[in-house]
Design a protein around this ligand. Sequence first.
Ligand code: 13P
Ligand code: ZN
Length: 345
Amino acid sequence: MKSILENRPELAYEVNQAAEVAGYLWQKGWAERNGGNITLNITEYVDDEIRALPAISEVKQIGKVLPYLKGCYFYCKGTQMRMRDLARWPMANGSIIRILDDCASYVIIADQPVMPTSELPSHLAVHNYLLEKGSPYRASLHTHPIELIAMTHNKKFLEKDVATNLLWSMIPETKAFCPRGLGIIPYELPSSVKLADATIEALNDYDVAMWEKHGVFAVDVDIMSAFDQVDVLNKSALIYIAAKNMGFEPDGMSQETGVKELTEKYRKRFEAFYHTEGSNTDRKGSRRKRTEESPSFLKEVIHSILDTLPELLPSMVLSKPRVITLCTENIAVLKHALSLLVDFL
Ligand code: 13P
Ligand code: ZN
């Protein structure tokens, strides 16, 4: 059977990113059984041929009227499907849906009639809200990160911005790459419209919201960026727990002692690594594209990683690289080397 992804490299790229993230979620232990879900607004990749595709399911109700989704298309993880399976077979564990003109129902159009996630009301309500706001965000992620969820079992972390300030103070990256912090949503029934409404409200002020004693919901321009935001938050939670396990309360970095400046510097350096299409766009203003590397990042980050490889893997007889420029070919070589390394480990 021909997949909708065939001969559509941009659409395939987005869906493959979801598959890559699904693999990370499983590896991190955040995706027990069918835990978590991903949706991508893929409307910009839809052509006339896709628009003409017949429904392969009956009409299903969303449970809400979402006017900004008229004629939109989404890739959705399938309900009860496992992230670890989606990582290998994204179109057998997820499907593409078309929102119908009543803005309250949808049909599945490809590749197989895989029923979308049970959290569809939250995901679609959030996409509707993002479009209404004119946001460039096109991806949403719900996942079950262990340490962040554990924190919600303590009332003090459910107070506004207590967890955010603690997590920001553990390591500069967290403020730099999750600059709006972690919103808190008191417990609501999974899959419910009430949970969807509370999520939208939280996303007014945050890109990542915590569903008490359940998981996080994150939005960003693409699924990799949404994952990054959750990843840095959970890394901070791990650092906090590690310090507590060593028997002390971590000092934390106070916002006054240069954390703001430090995090800004980190972010600027990271962003120099990407360029955005078009002018007048901020960090989230358009899709990121890898571009030529800046010398300092190359020297400080890439070279130091490559320099440690020969010691880490003596059996592979690697020599230390002297001069590397990150042109497209070298990135491809590096990617290949890293995938060999991952297989080897
Ligand atoms: P689905 O399998 O329906 O996506 O549900 C997983 C989940 O995490 C519910 O909150
Ligand atoms: Zn869940």
